[in-house]
Ligand binder design. Structure first.
Ligand code: TXA
Ligand code: MG
Length: 344
């Protein structure tokens, strides 16, 4: 299959590109598009045949449900049974934006494979001009997971989508780099208090200020039977080819680790804040200023993907605190590392 990639921004007349994307979607095919978090791979959420193509293109297990994207807040009522009060508040405050709300789904309104057989669905209204324009043009809900091959870091640029899915999908709308760079916060509002199934750009602190206490399980707690989870959390995620090890953000420790690894014949890639720029290592990828967690979040997947373009045999990634967006960064790093720490 030929993959066409079209740039859409305010400098070009994008009308034709949107028309083409809508025609392809209405014909039951998939289209990749940017959101404010990461690129999504969209299909019409009411067309089971189309939604199945997302799973095929990504190599995604069919028991992992998809997020439904809508273009207006009002549409929620079409798909959700009894919208919880806390969900209303969250929509008012955080939509459009990087917050997915898991709510009870109305029967037979969305394609079966969207919800993977669950009686809930995750919905969000993205805050990106291209995603919103596409939704406004098509006037239908779009099911869209991140537009990467299953297991890989989510794409934050159209070139990442191409690297993973060229030949598997017909069309990519290229809207440049996504802003946040980490997937949306997934909040399950069917529980009391609500549970953060996946931390993201809307932080626990922001949610609690709006709706009171919310539960944010640690990665370890998420593996316990008693905690509600996002089905996707059990799969390997965000992983480059070489193994990733976490290490404390301490220059001496990192230098020592690199020396040890070199003596074992390793070529090392280091993901660390920009203050590590002078460290002697085979490959170094900056994740920005340590104090600026938003900047780290935006740089993380690009850096993880960049490791695959090197000869590194091992990746060291420095950790950060779990305050604010730090919770999302550490969640993704722990998954990329499969929980492994480098111990000197
Ligand atoms: O920022 C994002 O959310 C991006 C962009 C494209 O919108 N999308 C995204 O989708 O990250 P995906 O499919 O890669 O991640 C969806 C996550 C998975 O962990 C999935 O298990 C969880 O949300 N999820 C979806 N529906 C759910 C449900 N009904 N109950 C529990 N978890 C659900
Ligand atoms: Mg994903």
């Amino acid at each position: 299959m030929e993959t066409v990639c079209k740039i859409v921004d305010s400098n070009v007349n994008s009308q034709l590109n949107y028309t083409q994307a809508v025609d392809i979607l209405n014909a039951g095919e998939v289209v990749a598009f940017p959101t404010e978090t990461v690129y999504g791979l969209g299909a019409v959420a009411t067309n089971d045949y189309a939604v199945k193509k997302i799973f095929e293109a990504k190599g995604r297990p069919s028991d992992n449900p998809l997020i439904v994207h809508i273009g207006t807040k009002e549409e929620v009522e079409l798909y959700i049974e009894n919208i919880p009060e806390v969900a209303m508040k969250c929509m008012d405050l955080f939509w459009p934006g990087p917050l997915t709300l898991v709510m009870p789904v109305k029967p037979n309104v969305l394609a079966k494979s969207v919800t993977a057989g669950l009686n809930t669905v995750g919905i969000r209204m993205p805050d990106h001009p291209v995603a919103l324009a596409l939704l406004h043009h098509i006037k239908k809900p779009l099911a869209a997971p991140s537009a990467n091959r299953s297991g890989k870091p989510s794409p934050t640029e159209a070139i990442h989508v191409k690297d993973d899915l060229q030949g598997y999908i017909p069309y990519i709308l290229d809207g440049g780099s996504t802003g946040i760079g980490l997937e949306s916060t997934v909040l399950d509002v069917t529980h009391e208090p609500p549970v953060i199934l996946r931390p993201g750009g809307i932080t626990k602190e922001m949610l609690e200020e709006a709706i009171g206490p919310v539960i944010q399980p640690t990665t370890i707690e998420q593996h316990m039977e008693s905690t509600p989870k996002a089905p996707g959390m059990k799969y390997t995620h965000y992983a480059p080819n070489a193994p990733v090890y976490l290490i404390h953000c301490d220059k001496k420790k990192v230098e020592q680790a690199i020396q040890q690894l070199h003596s074992q014949g390793h070529k090392v890639a280091l993901l660390a804040p920009e203050s590590f720029v002078n460290i002697s290592v085979d490959y170094y990828f900056s994740i920005g200023v340590a104090a600026n967690k938003e900047e780290m979040g935006a740089a993380l997947y690009h850096a993880l993907r960049a490791c695959d373009k090197t000869q590194a045999t091992l990746i060291l990634a420095t950790t950060t605190s779990t305050e604010g967006v730090g919770a999302a960064i550490m969640n993704r790093l722990e998954k990329a590392a499969g929980g492994k720490w480098y111990i000197t």
